[in-house]
Ligand binder design. Structure first.
Ligand code: BGC
Length: 735
């Protein structure tokens, strides 16, 4: 009897609570219904409160309604250490050491969309565990100049490649109910003058080069958030920009997510209200702090907004649109029924990072098969270079990480070699000591006197009797290298490395040069140096991944996501364009001719071409064939090509499809990447690789008509192993 009563009682209270549970709290209700329900319960004060930060990286929810806060984290290579509530300084937690994943340039160099998804899924799990519902990444600004200090956070120079890689990254992140916040929208292609430079660019270059990756992230990846950039376009700051945010993003692309400002990127209340911004972060604190007394309630979208609403100078309907977007974000993430606990610093995440690193490392040159190092015949290995031991997860600005561990190249090589050979290390060159990032009261470090000649001579002496010399140099995360806030000053390697490398190669011709960087560098010693590797910033497992490549456990398969020019003048931004602008304006006169498009137009040979990367095996390309030679606008063309691994090692190749328009009413690039496939072939194996060409692959953006058009006429499909190594061409016609 008692049992029956209890049962009846609990059934009754369940029915009652089911009846009274507000829709917005019901995780199984439709999100749009939840939004409307929550919205009509919120006061004006509560609506304004959710629009702006309450701490460096968080914004309030609606405590009265049980709607939680939003917590953001950089991004894009790992989950940043906790900082103090109101400071950039580390909070010194002991449980916030993350897995540092490879930099996005390294990910792009894998040309493997499955790995982009794996990356997103793993970093999303780390974010979820750390209770962050917005990841400030990925970055997809186009690599326009090799001087841009933040290129390492982006996915290279080509809109098709970056679009292809960003979509799975976003999906992977968001599969954890963590929003990807794609950044920095848009035209933030340099750090110099970044907070105010007004970019003047043709609509055509905007749509063909600078926007596609953002569009793909929004329309195919369904990104839940996007970050406005610091710079200006059409004389408006991009965080409140009518053209970019209202017209293109929200109207043309139907973006239903949240526009988040870059930290300190908001400058005006009225523009912010009217020109598409939804959430304001980092005002006063972008390194240009005005005054500590300017609290969060003084933000442009705080009291000043409230005042305008009260005076009737702006409508509540416009406010509601912003609040709806923020509620949508919360229901998609923190208040979703599917949220998991995530996981953090796990061996699985480290393994994923290592796999990405191994597939991203690019073998640029390998004369006389100097690599891989054969430990049966190599007994004395000399490692030279500061980057063999320097941490690359720390520094560089907002992407700086507190990694759970970081295997340096030297440690990775030592672990791999064990006692099979002697591994000797000399530093060879040194960079100045830098002030610690994100540390309160960090002191300007004392600079020791660096005697470059003495360091060099020590390395030269050691190189004489080595069986192989492996130089591990490149750039680093210091200011004016690969780092936020400023650009590099030159294409050259810093710290007298060019002299060091030239001397070492002269002393010992069996020398391999490993460049750690997120940018192209000049290589005046390229002809004399047998082996050159681009090894990026590879995070936690960097050293193990590099060792796996150098000793042949993994066959390299990375391909460059941007061009290495011989000289800076071989880059359009520096010749046609007026990089870095006059401090006020910058005109992108290089227009659509960015990266290899410029070199093709000017008939310039690159140092290493976009899409280039060697393997320890050899791939043989057959002849391309197509299923027809004419297509109508609504038809598709299928092109196939046999590719065979004719070497003795298993390996992977990235087969690339470029389209060349033979005749058009507007100038077009000689060729443009419109497809790629990464295939894995055992020694001796052959595969038929197929590409589909549709109208989109043939279109260009017409400034006058304001739309994409494909003109009838003759086209060519070029298939190759890099943008400079085309193996087979086929002609077809669009009717
Ligand atoms: C950077 C953003 C970053 C933000 C928060 C800004 O300075 O440009 O990429 O997400 O800081 O750290």
């Amino acid at each position: 009897m008692k049992k029956t009563l209890t049962l009846l009682f609990s059934l009754a209270s369940f029915a009652l609570s089911a009846q009274t549970t507000p829709i917005y709290l019901n995780p199984n209700a439709n999100i749009e219904d939840r939004i409307e329900d929550a919205l009509q319960r919120m006061t004006l004060e509560e609506k304004v409160a959710v629009l702006h930060a309450q701490s460096k990286f968080s914004s309030p929810g609606v405590p009265r309604l049980g709607i939680p806060e939003n917590w953001m984290s950089d991004g894009p290579h790992g989950i940043r250490a906790e900082v103090l509530w109101d400071e950039w300084y580390g909070a010194d937690w002991t449980n916030d050491s993350c897995i540092a994943f490879p930099a996005l340039t390294a990910l792009a160099a894998t040309w493997n969309t499955d790995l982009a998804e794996l990356y997103g899924k793993n970093i999303g799990e780390e974010a979820r565990y750390r209770k962050k519902n917005v990841l400030l990444g990925p970055g997809v600004n186009i690599y326009r100049t090799p001087l841009n200090g933040r290129n390492f956070e982006y996915m290279g120079e080509d809109p098709f490649l970056s679009s292809s890689m960003v979509v799975p990254y976003v999906r992977g992140v968001q599969s954890n109910n963590v929003a990807a916040c794609v950044k920095h929208f848009a035209l933030n292609n340099q750090e110099k003058y970044r907070d105010h430079i007004n970019v003047i660019v043709s609509d055509r270059a905007l749509h063909e080069i600078y926007l596609p990756a953002f569009k793909a992230a929004v329309q195919q990846g369904k990104a839940w958030a996007i970050m406005g950039s610091y710079n200006r376009y059409k004389e408006q700051h991009c965080c409140h920009n009518q053209y970019l945010l209202n017209d293109i993003l929200k109207h043309d692309w139907d973006f239903d997510g949240v526009v988040i400002s870059d930290w300190g990127g908001v400058h005006d209340t009225k523009e912010a209200i009217n020109n598409g911004l939804d959430m304001e972060f980092g005002t006063w604190t972008n390194g240009m702090t005005w005054d500590k007394s300017n609290g969060y309630d003084k933000y442009f979208l705080a009291e000043p907004y409230r005042a305008m609403l009260k005076k009737g100078e702006t409508s509540e309907e416009q406010l509601n649109d912003k609040v709806r977007r923020i509620l949508r974000l919360i229901f998609r993430t923190n208040m979703s029924a599917n949220s998991s606990y995530g996981s953090f610093g796990s061996p699985e995440h480290a393994a994923a990072g290592r796999k990405i690193a191994e597939e991203g490392i690019v073998l640029l040159q390998n004369n006389n098969n100097l690599l891989p190092v054969d430990l049966n015949t190599t007994k004395k290995i000399l490692i030279v270079g500061e980057n063999a031991v320097k941490s690359m997860t720390v520094g560089g600005g907002s992407s700086s990480l507190k990694a759970k561990y970081e295997i340096s190249p030297l440690a990775g090589i030592q672990a791999r070699v064990g006692n099979r050979a002697e591994v000797k290390y000399v530093v060879g060159y040194e960079s100045p000591t830098t002030k610690e990032q994100d540390v309160k009261n960090a002191k300007e470090p004392e600079q020791k006197n660096i005697d470059a000649a003495a360091l060099r001579n020590e390395a030269i002496a050691a190189a004489r009797d080595a069986d192989i010399v492996i130089i591990i140099g490149g750039l680093n995360k210091n200011n004016e290298q690969d780092s936020e806030g400023d650009d590099r000053k030159t294409l050259d390697l810093p710290y007298e490395q060019d002299v060091l490398i030239a001397e070492l190669v002269k002393t010992n011709p069996k020398t391999a040069v490993i460049i750690i960087s997120g940018n192209a560098v000049a290589m005046p010693w390229v002809k004399q140096t047998p082996a050159i590797v681009e090894a990026w910033y590879n995070g936690t497992e960097a050293g193990n991944a590099l060792a796996a490549i150098l000793f042949g456990d993994v066959n390299p398969s990375g391909k460059l996501p941007f061009t290495f020019p011989v000289r800076l003048q071989d880059n359009g931004a520096h010749t046609a364009g007026d990089y870095p602008g006059d401090g006020e304006n910058e005109t992108y006169k290089d227009d659509i001719f960015v990266g290899y498009r410029w070199l093709d137009k000017e008939n310039i040979s690159p140092l290493f071409a976009f899409g280039h990367g060697l393997s320890y095996t050899t791939f043989n390309y057959g002849k391309a064939t197509a299923d027809k030679n004419k297509i109508a606008a609504n038809e598709k063309l299928k092109v196939t090509i046999p590719v065979k691994n004719i070497g003795t090692r298993d390996g992977a190749e990235v087969v690339q499809l470029y389209i060349s328009d033979k005749k058009s009413s507007l100038p077009r690039p000689l060729k443009e990447l419109k497809g790629f496939k990464k295939i894995y072939l055992q020694a001796g194996e052959e595969q038929i690789v197929a590409f589909t060409i549709d109208r989109e692959s043939l279109s260009f953006y017409d400034n006058n008509k304001g739309e994409w058009i494909a003109e009838s006429g003759e086209f060519e499909a070029w298939i190759g192993s890099s943008s400079a190594d085309i193996k087979s061409k086929i002609t077809f016609e669009l009717k």
